[in-house]
Write a protein that binds this ligand. Structure first.
Ligand SMILES: Nc1ncnc2c1ncn2[C@@H]1O[C@H](COP(=O)(O)OP(=O)(O)OP(=O)(O)O)[C@@H](O)[C@H]1O
Length: 251
């Protein structure tokens, strides 16, 4: 369980402090996928930076499985907007990077997991290539493979599909959900797309203007539904979300 209690973040800018986020209160159950939507500058990236332990200067409490969040104790996967692949390492080495950092021995069951994930994402044939030799969709598949191979306690994604064209994006979203269904990794992702939030978010958390606080958490009945747009509920939920945006991110 990820528990966020009265989390607030301020940045120092010269002599002034800028209150960028919070207070945020949220409980994320194991196996949840949260889609986080909110206006530009409300603190979404700041929030992910706290959860990935990049920002340590905050008030409030963040615990994962009962312990204060700490990247030394917890395995936290992060897929940034630009996929975060190291350009000087080939696909195979990028995928195994976190295991090497943790000095994890690659035994038979881990080899099976790696093979399963690489096959599922269809990147076996790309394993000797470097990131510059890959298309955007291929880079995205490598980034997803790397995150799931690591088997993180928490997976964070910052607009992971926004750089892809519409068809590649849909394919990458489907592959993500397909592989997530196998491992049920607790995931929080930021998106600007209402459709992506409805397709991929088991829960949808809406943040207010800066400093972002949680305006509403929606239990999404349409999570992982095929032919989403043809579903009657889709129109209702997307209209509700668009109304929240129109009202200035309030309900
Ligand atoms: N290093 C910093 N120093 C001072 N202020 C900052 C810093 N980083 C972010 N901010 C401010 O904190 C607030 C939250 O920024 P953040 O990048 O988290 O928002 P965001 O919701 O991710 O935005 P976007 O959707 O536009 O990417 C903004 O008002 C921003 O101007």
């Amino acid at each position: 369980m990820l528990e966020i209690d009265e989390l607030s973040v301020s940045y120092r800018s010269g002599k002034k402090m800028i209150h960028a986020l919070g207070p945020i209160n949220l409980k994320v159950a194991p196996g949840d996928i949260y889609a986080l939507i909110g206006p530009s500058g409300c603190g979404k990236s700041t929030f992910l930076h706290v959860l990935s332990d990049i920002i340590k200067d905050y008030t409030g409490q963040v615990t994962l499985n009962g312990e204060s969040l700490n990247s030394k104790k917890h395995d936290i996967g992060f897929i940034p907007q630009n996929f975060g692949l190291l350009p000087w390492k080939n696909v195979q080495k990028n995928c195994l990077l976190s295991l090497r950092i943790k000095k994890q021995r690659i035994d038979a069951s881990l080899t099976e997991r790696i093979d399963y994930i690489m096959n599922k994402l269809n990147i076996h044939s790309l394993k000797d290539r470097y990131p510059r030799e890959l298309s955007g969709g291929q880079k995205q598949r490598v980034a997803i493979a790397r995150a799931f191979i690591m088997n993180p306690d928490l997976l964070l994604m910052d607009e992971p599909f926004s750089a892809l064209d519409a068809l590649t994006r849909e394919e990458a979203q489907e592959l993500f959900i397909d592989i997530w269904n196998q491992y049920r990794t607790t995931t929080i992702f930021v998106t600007h797309s209402i459709e992506e939030a409805i397709y991929m978010g088991k829960k949808i958390a809406i943040l207010s203007h800066c400093p972002g606080t949680v305006v509403e958490v929606i239990d999404n009945p349409l999570f992982n539904t095929e032919n989403l747009r043809e579903n009657e509920e889709y129109l209702k939920l997307s209209t509700h979300l668009r109304n929240v945006v129109k009202k200035g991110w309030q309900i």
